[in-house]
Design a protein around this ligand. Structure first.
Ligand SMILES: CC(=O)N[C@H]1[C@@H](OP(=O)(O)OP(=O)(O)OC[C@H]2O[C@@H](n3ccc(=O)[nH]c3=O)[C@H](O)[C@@H]2O)O[C@H](CO)[C@@H](O)[C@@H]1O[C@H](C)C(=O)N[C@@H](C)C(=O)N[C@H](CCC(=O)O)C(=O)O
Ligand SMILES: Nc1ncnc2c1ncn2[C@@H]1O[C@H](COP(=O)(O)OP(=O)(O)OP(=O)(O)O)[C@@H](O)[C@H]1O
Length: 506
């Protein structure tokens, strides 16, 4: 299948290859080639592109130069190990030690620094990036033409494009910014993952506002330890990447970031901490939303509503209001726009077929998120809490035990099941979760069941539900596939849950 890549701008002025060589500080090749685009993926090459042939963990882009040349790339950027293969195509080649680390700045040049014409708001943190991004976009919408980039989708105004990952590669990101600029977008809100910060995906960006939500153990297959993870996130709050930070004062790592950030910061506290610049007070948590008052540094008093349940969504909502306030919006206008957001796909998304109990799908797939969402639902459920949960394969293995323990402790019925086992044996993943569940003392533990088949697990949880109970299907959220042994089969928790409920309704 051809990888289509992201949308591309229709108007790009050509950049002489020699100018790009000058930018990289390498000898200009004997070529009059002019570059009108850039991609790191041979399948996405368009005529006039510079093809960045990158060394990867599995492959080397230089193995695909023939395809790139066949699609009319005009030159290749690569590292010394790819140089010979690239030169064999006859195309001019630019060689640098770290092409991945240089392609962001080249992409920004090739597309004419589109980010400079956009208000850029970047959101980072372990949990809450997607939710906060949707809330910021919702608050901005009534006053600016907006773009959104994140895990669920990319939006250019009203056009929606499926996302491949949380933060696109730099070549795709700069092209996307250029398309946004071309279509009159004024402000872009995007999620900035720690992978993106480490792998140079946001090179070429200087965010007007960076938002930090929180930090807890995650991605330990990628980061050596929490210091490394924190260091990656902190990059967004250096002059190279950002101008101003909006930081969660309730989070331990947030308070540390306040001291270590290299840019001015503004703090917020959903717990009403008096030392925070902006704080939430008089919080009333309802079953599906929360209301509160925001107190600002100049004694502003804003009436706010989080359109999603749970105390953590008060924090996400407050973060969004503060980000927009420091961007110059009237905070009450921002809060009103946010209150009207109809929901965020797969984030505490309700499935309602008229059943006498609450049924929700959520993307919680990290220990901290699982704990937050289960505690939040504990508060709103009138009856028992039945939870379906799995852990992904080929990802951070350290969270399997803690997630099993968390669900065993906080749910009345914990139904452990598969969640993208990928190349791993689903039963081995489940065994690790079960071990965690078994570590919870029997008197603190709910019923624990195991179903390798996710649809069977969902049906079991639904069969347990009584009027007033809550069924949570956690982990996949908006996702529409289940990766078993490298084959992605269609699977949408929302649909499977709906069908399971309907079956019980006869
Ligand atoms: C660790 C990581 O992020 N790896 C990314 C990296 O992989 P890699 O450098 O090892 O690439 P590779 O597969 O060896 O291929 C080498 C090169 O050959 C190129 N290639 C390959 C095949 C081909 O036909 N033609 C071609 O040109 C590839 O585009 C690549 O440039 O570059 C690839 C190309 O862009 C990415 O697809 C890949 O993301 C993988 C799939 C991934 O799963 N990343 C996840 C972990 C990720 O980035 N997650 C974050 C965080 C999400 C969160 O917060 O939870 C995200 O931002 O999404
Ligand atoms: N501020 C928060 N604190 C703790 N948990 C949260 C917070 N916001 C959301 N969550 C929980 O984490 C899940 C993921 O939320 P969201 O998608 O907004 O975060 P994310 O940072 O984009 O996550 P990911 O990196 O996994 O895509 C939600 O479904 C919810 O259960």
């Amino acid at each position: 299948m051809t990888y289509p890549g992201p949308p591309r701008p229709t108007r790009v002025s050509a950049t002489p290859l020699a100018e790009l060589a000058g930018q990289l500080g390498v000898e200009p090749p004997e070529s009059t080639a002019e570059v009108t685009g850039i991609t790191h993926d041979s399948r996405a090459v368009r005529p006039g592109d510079l093809y960045a042939a990158l060394p990867g963990a599995r492959l080397h882009g230089a193995d695909f130069v023939t395809q790139a040349a066949g699609l009319d790339a005009v030159a290749v950027l690569t590292d010394p190990t790819g140089a010979e293969r690239a030169a064999a195509t006859g195309l001019p080649v630019l060689v640098v030690d770290d092409p991945r680390g240089r392609m962001g700045e080249l992409a920004a040049t090739i597309y004419g620094h589109p980010g400079r014409d956009l208000l850029q708001i970047g959101i980072t943190g372990t949990s809450g990036k997607t939710t906060t991004a949707y809330l910021v976009e919702g608050g901005l919408k009534s006053v600016r033409s907006t773009g959104l980039i994140g895990t669920v989708e990319m939006r250019i105004g009203d056009e929606r494009i499926k996302s491949e990952r949380t933060t696109p590669e730099a070549t795709d990101l700069q092209a996307l910014f250029a398309v946004m600029r071309e279509r009159g977008v004024e402000a872009v809100t995007m999620e900035v993952s720690s992978h993106a910060l480490v792998l140079g995906r946001v090179d070429g960006c200087v965010f007007d506002i960076g938002v930090f939500t929180n930090l807890s153990p995650e991605h330990m297959e990628f980061h050596s330890d929490m210091e490394d993870y924190f260091g990656a996130k902190a990059q967004l709050f250096t002059p190279k990447r950002g101008k101003l930070g909006v930081i969660n004062f309730d989070d331990e790592y947030g308070r540390r970031l306040v001291k270590e950030a290299g840019v001015p910061v503004v703090t917020f506290s959903a717990e009403g901490h008096p030392d925070a610049d902006w704080r939430a007070e008089d919080v009333t948590v309802g079953p599906m939303d929360s209301t509160f008052t925001v107190i600002g540094p100049k004694d502003e008093r804003i009436t706010a509503k989080s359109p999603l349940p749970g105390p953590f969504n008060v924090a996400n909502t407050l973060a969004a209001i503060v980000a927009l306030a420091v961007a110059g919006l009237d905070p009450q206008v921002a809060a009103d726009g946010i209150a009207a957001v109809p929901g965020v796909p797969g984030r505490l998304e309700r499935v309602d077929t008229g059943q006498p109990y609450l049924a929700v799908v959520d993307y919680a797939h990290k220990t901290d998120a699982v704990e937050s969402v289960l505690k939040a639902l504990r508060k709103v459920t009138e009856g028992k809490l039945h939870v379906v949960l799995g852990c992904g394969g080929d990802r951070d293995t350290t969270k399997r035990g803690p997630m099993g323990a968390a669900v065993a402790r906080l749910a009345d019925t914990a139904v452990l099941t598969s969640d993208n086992p990928r190349s791993e044996d689903p039963l081995a993943i489940l065994a690790a979760m079960l071990q965690g569940a078994a570590s919870v003392p029997a008197h603190e533990r709910g019923e624990v069941q195991v179903f390798e088949d996710r649809a069977a697990a969902i049906a079991f949880a639904v069969a347990r539900a009584q009027p007033g109970d809550t069924v949570l299907v956690a982990g996949k959220g908006h996702e529409q596939g289940q990766d078993i042994a490298g084959v992605v089969r269609p699977f949408d928790d929302r649909q499977v849950l709906r069908e399971a409920i309907q079956q019980t309704q006869g």
